[in-house]
Design a protein around this ligand. Structure first.
Ligand code: ZN
Length: 523
């Protein structure tokens, strides 16, 4: 798709999705039981009016046959809890206000509801056949169990009051404020977060857990494992890697933004879900072999990128998934060295190339099919864009770009243009064509490389086989007998580029991109 048309499309979607309210804080009171999967909720939504408003629209899945939520009452706090009229169709809860709320005014609405969640809150047996309740909101499935503005660019602080049978433990985001027995086998657990976060990461996990806080947790920042009791030994061992991963990212990016990090074994449909300060991992990730180290690194990296600095819309998902994928590579580079990271990058390059063969979508992709964005463009290609940016500007400028971007957008939202602007400002370079070719165009350079001799000189010819040309630096390593080597750095910007070398030794081997710095497909 042409860049101009894409920018117009993104602009149009932004206008279409213009918001009426800016949610400030959510208070969710939930009652869960073992006698059926119906939940009872009472949600207070505190918001600021962005225009003069006579009605407010929230996202909530209404009753649909046996499932969905039934709203029993809505009350407006500033009007003595006046009961309001509303309609709930097509996952929208349209609430008629008692009277006009002025632009800039704040108000609180309380929604009483109950029902069987058809998605979002997974009430199911875990791999040991035990009953569990796990929220799983990505991309916009939170509104299947809580009334909210279910989009990444309306972030808010929130708290959960969960009443559940006493034999369960309840984990959620932020800090545990209170846990108390209510009698008759029921317990109330209250968790609270004072940081604005997107609905995709607002969760509860309710199950029988074995919990361990790791001794090597940083001061005042308990890092813990919440695993099924049957898996406690293996789970405590596997998830104990979280402390060193957290330390690495805290050193590379910025201090960890939350006051705890719980690593939770769960029934999430994903490999892992980066819920802020309480990450949910696929229950099968616990093996006792620590073979989910990269999964932990990926989800912990999201605590900064995705949760704190969030994408403005899912079209810019690479700002979350590409970052988490590349920061996992950086962690492996630090811990296991160059060979390990090159192996990862090669694998990711292969996955990005394979995906590009069958896709006409660019990384910045405004498709409405959000689940389809969980693809190699968002993850692997996104990671490669960061890797190439790092090679373009150098290690220390790259780290400065990352740190500045995080400082500027933590607690908020950014799109690709915002990241580009930071990268250009920090590096002092015009990176517009870099970002345009790698993020706003589908495809990957298809390179055919030929080598031949002309009058004793080695000629290396790089041919771009795809239609739209790319401009990129490329390294060429020429090797001879007895370890003789010569490395050349060239710029390719045309369909056919030829480079002539007289290395001064008999050439035995020519390698392009020896250190895995370029995203390309060998043709
Ligand atoms: Zn991710």
């Amino acid at each position: 798709m042409q860049k101009g048309l894409l920018v117009l499309l993104l602009f149009l979607t932004t206008c279409l999705n213009a918001q009426d309210i800016d949610v400030q804080h959510y208070t969710f009171r939930l009652e869960l039981s073992d006698s059926g999967s119906a939940i009872r909720g009472n949600a207070t939504v505190e918001f600021k009016a962005l225009h003069n408003l006579t009605s407010v629209t929230l996202d909530l899945t209404g009753r649909n046959g046996a499932t969905g939520m039934e709203v029993t009452g809505i009350y407006q706090a500033e009007r003595n809890d006046k009961r309001l009229s509303f309609s709930n169709v097509n996952d929208q809860l349209i609430i008629s206000l008692a009277d006009t709320i002025k632009k800039g005014a704040t108000e609180k609405l309380t929604i009483a509801y109950w029902g069987l969640p058809d998605d979002g809150l997974i009430i199911a047996k875990n791999k040991f056949g035990e009953r569990t309740f796990f929220a799983d909101n990505w991309p916009n499935r939170a509104h299947h169990w809580i009334p909210c503005v279910d989009r990444p660019d309306d972030k808010a602080s929130f708290e959960f009051f969960v009443t559940a049978p006493s034999h369960y433990s309840v984990i959620s985001n932020g800090e545990k404020v209170e846990e108390k027995e209510l009698g008759r086998g029921r317990k109330l657990t209250h968790w609270k977060v004072n940081i604005a976060l997107p609905t995709k990461v607002m969760v509860i996990g309710v199950a029988r857990f074995a919990v361990k806080t790791f001794d090597d947790s940083p001061p005042n920042l308990p890092v813990s494992a919440w695993v099924y009791p049957q898996d406690s030994t293996k789970g405590f061992y596997d998830y104990a890697l979280a402390t060193e991963i957290l330390r690495f990212f805290s050193g590379y990016i910025a201090p960890f933004p939350y006051n705890k990090l719980a690593n939770v074994q769960s029934t999430t449909i994903f490999g892992g879900m980066e819920n802020a300060s309480c990450i949910f991992y696929d229950e099968h990730s616990v093996t006792g072999n620590r073979d989910s180290e990269d999964l932990l690194a990926h989800e912990i990296a999201h605590q900064w990128f995705g949760d704190m600095a969030s994408e403005k819309s899912f079209a810019h998902l690479w700002l979350s998934e590409g970052f988490a994928t590349y920061f996992t590579d950086l962690y492996f580079e630090k811990k296991y060295g160059q060979e390990a990271v090159v192996a990862r990058l090669k694998k990711e390059r292969g996955e990005a190339v394979e995906f590009a063969r069958h896709s006409a979508s660019p990384v910045v992709d405004s498709t409405a099919n959000l689940m389809s964005l969980l693809n190699a463009n968002s993850y692997q290609k996104g990671a490669w864009v960061l890797h190439m940016l790092r090679n373009e500007v150098g290690d220390s400028l790259f780290q400065q770009i990352i740190r500045s971007y995080y400082q500027q957008y933590k607690g908020g939202n950014a799109d690709t243009r915002d990241f580009e602007a930071v990268a250009e400002k920090v590096s002092g370079k015009d990176l517009s064509s870099f970002f345009a070719q790698w993020l706003y165009r589908p495809g990957i350079p298809q390179l055919a490389v030929t080598k031949y001799n002309v009058r004793g000189a080695l000629v290396v010819q790089v041919t771009q086989k795809q239609k739209a040309l790319y401009t990129f630096p490329i390294e060429i390593l020429v090797e001879g007998e007895n370890g003789k080597k010569q490395r050349y750095r060239e710029l390719v910007a045309t369909a056919k580029s030829s480079f002539q070398y007289r290395p001064g030794f008999a050439v035995k081997k020519v390698t392009i991109d020896p250190d895995c710095k370029l995203l390309y497909a060998a043709y």
